[in-house]
Design a protein around this ligand. Sequence first.
Ligand code: UDP
Ligand code: MN
Length: 348
Amino acid sequence: MRDAPGNFNLLHRTCSLVVLLCLLHISVTVIYYMRNSDLRQTFVQNQQSPQIHRKLAEQRVTTEESPQRLPSVSNVTETERKLETCPDNPPRLVGPLRVEFSDPVTLDLVRSENPVLQPGGRFKPTECIAQQKVAIIIPFRHRDEHLKYWLYYLHPILQRQQLDYGIYVINQDGEDTFNRAKLLNIGYAEALKEYDYDCFVFSDVDLIPMDDRNFYKCYNQPRHLSVSMDKFGFRYFWSLLTVVSCRGLMVYFQPPDSIYLYFYGSACFHRVSSKGMSISRPDGVIGRCRMIRHDRDKQNDPNPQRFDRIAHTRETMASDGISSLTYNVVNIEKDQLFTKITVDVGKP
Ligand code: UDP
Ligand code: MN
């Protein structure tokens, strides 16, 4: 009987602890919910179609470029000399974007919506001098449907980001096993032959950013742009998978660090860390991306040797990079929207 108050005390404490834990849980949930609803509001505000964004953007450009702000010098070189470097926060960015793949898109539509592009999918802002010259490299084979959406969404975003950029679609010739890593390296080498790019972005053709504040440019460290993917329900836990493997990727390296070849997602991580670098990322909201759903392609099965290769990255990376790259260019096509380089990558 003397134990009864003791038992009661224990029970009392346990209950208090449980109540406390519940409260803690509820407050965490509420905070998380509120942060998300903030996001939803911004998202709803930006629920206009990309065309409307563009129209708005164009209107803003015309107001910004009102005559009194333009240099009143007739001499072109004089005007050029007066241009300043583009700002860190380009004025025409709109933030969260609506990205969907239900309406069909044609290349002609994308061409007509991007009249300012130079052949090869090249662009450079006229109102300021771009901070970086960015080559965007897309590994490619039989994904024309995805490429249309990619171009449709990305061109306007990259222009709003005021980048001096070019789009390189590196198309693997033939039907042998798809070699994404090699295509990226080829893209790097081929782009450098055309222009003195100082930044390289590698993007899958089926990955679209959902916020134009996610810059396709270089930072001090290699950057992983596709931080949180709709494919994983944007859930942090699953996004971690994306983060650890640099999945979907879009990392860049500034030369001379580009001397690398990444066979598989995780190998990129080894390469980066073994050079004493770390990976920089946008936050989980700005870094949201949408991935076009698709079946696995023929000749693109996961490589059975991938774990072995990743394990040996440190030993092999010095010799399997750009320096050992061999391939044959089969064709170069200059479209208004992209440069498509068809290459024979040789046997795997
Ligand atoms: N890819 C391609 N054709 C293929 C296989 C892959 O163009 O037959 C390119 C494309 O850019 C794609 C990327 O390689 O986005 C990654 O391949 P996949 O989409 O199959 O990988 P996952 O969806 O598993 O990330
Ligand atoms: Mn994919």
